[in-house]
Design a protein around this ligand. Structure first.
Ligand code: PHE
Length: 346
């Protein structure tokens, strides 16, 4: 055994350290431990030695081999650790990055108002009805005591659609539609001259007029109310609508005013104004609804005897109620679809 043999392990270590990849390392290994490698060469040299020398030399070669194998194993482990490190680095998650939030949908402020209106009226025994937005002349005008050429028709700038139909200009056609269904359901009672259950309904929905500015939109919302019975009076209208407003605005001190007005389908008619006792709108009368006692001609068109059945109707603007409740000054904001505006209500 000579000094260069002692250095064999050092050389092997160096070669292994220089290997950049597992393939490099395998090549380096072959140089020392392979079939034609240095250790095999040394082994071959043993055959020429005596038994004694073979023993001593063989033990030395084994030690060298062991040293090389250890160095190889160490380098393998090093490479594995480096590879693991590389992988971990590549797959690293930066937990300090801000998260991507999922956008949560919400109800439109006008829808929130609609739900609120329905809830308050449900507590007073009103059911909720829905009907078509494309209407016939009969339901939108004629049945509501507004015949052709009636001047009141020009109050409504109507969108006409193909086939002589129109986009309903108010929810009042629902008075007729709902009442006719109700009368049909209770026809046998009515035919026998017995009392029919009262009609108590609200009908919220979209309505349309050719009109557009800060307080008018070509599409807007209305909510109709109708109460028909044998003893229903204007007093009931005042009680019901006053209660509604106080509950809707959560203000017991709200002041209401029923201002004489005209609608073809009610007689007498009243515009309903409210006034807040305090807050930014205090001291101003704000119009919130049209109303009145249902005209006998309309009661007749419902299929009922106006001598026996009487009641009231009202039509309010949920868009306006929403503006008043939240202090919004431009109606168009509701329909622009700007999330910066809409998110404020969530
Ligand atoms: N339909 C009327 C309008 O749109 C409101 C109204 C409804 C008035 C019911 C009286 C009774 O202006």
């Amino acid at each position: 055994m000579n000094a260069s043999n002692d250095e064999l392990v050092t050389h092997a270590k160096l070669a292994f350290d220089q290997a950049k990849s597992p393939a490099d390392l395998e090549n380096a290994k072959a140089l020392f431990l392979g079939k034609t490698g240095r250790i095999t060469e040394l082994m071959k040299g043993l055959s020429a030695l005596s038994v004694e020398e073979k023993k001593a030399q063989g033990a030395l070669i084994n030690k060298l081999k062991q040293g090389i194998e250890e160095a190889l194993q160490q380098r393998r482990l090093e490479m594995q650790a480096a590879e693991l490190d590389r992988q971990l680095r590549a797959e690293a998650l930066d937990v300090t990055l801000p998260g991507r939030s999922r956008h949560k949908g919400g109800l439109h402020p006008v829808s929130m108002t609609m739900e609120r209106i329905e809830k308050v009226f449900a507590s007073m025994g009103f059911e909720v009805a829905q009907g078509p937005e494309i209407e016939t002349d009969w339901f939108n005008f004629t049945a509501l005591n507004t015949p052709q050429n009636h001047p009141a028709r020009s109050m409504h700038d109507t969108f006409y659609v193909e086939g002589g139909h129109l986009l309903r200009t108010h929810t009042s056609p629902m008075q007729i539609r709902h009442a006719v269904q109700h009368v049909k359901r209770h026809k046998s009672l009515i035919d026998q001259g017995l009392s029919m259950p009262e009609i108590r309904v609200i009908a919220p929905g979209r309505t349309y007029r050719v009109d557009s500015d800060a307080t008018h939109s070509p599409m807007f919302h209305q909510c109709e109310g109708l109460w028909i019975g044998e003893q229903v009076s204007f007093k009931d209208l005042k009680v019901v609508f006053t209660n509604f407003c106080k509950m809707f605005f959560e203000s017991e001190d709200l002041i209401l005013r029923f201002r004489p007005s005209f609608f073809p389908f009610t007689e007498p008619s009243a515009e309903i104004d409210i006034q807040f006792p305090s807050g930014p709108l205090a001291g101003r009368w704000l119009e919130v609804a049209g109303s009145g006692q249902v005209h006998p001609n309309v009661v007749r068109n419902m299929g009922l005897d106006p001598e026996r059945y009487i009641g009231f109707a009202f039509g309010m603007g949920p868009d306006r109620l929403t503006m008043l409740r939240y202090g919004v000054n431009d109606l168009r904001l509701f329909f622009d679809g700007d999330l910066r505006f809409l998110n404020q209500f969530q």
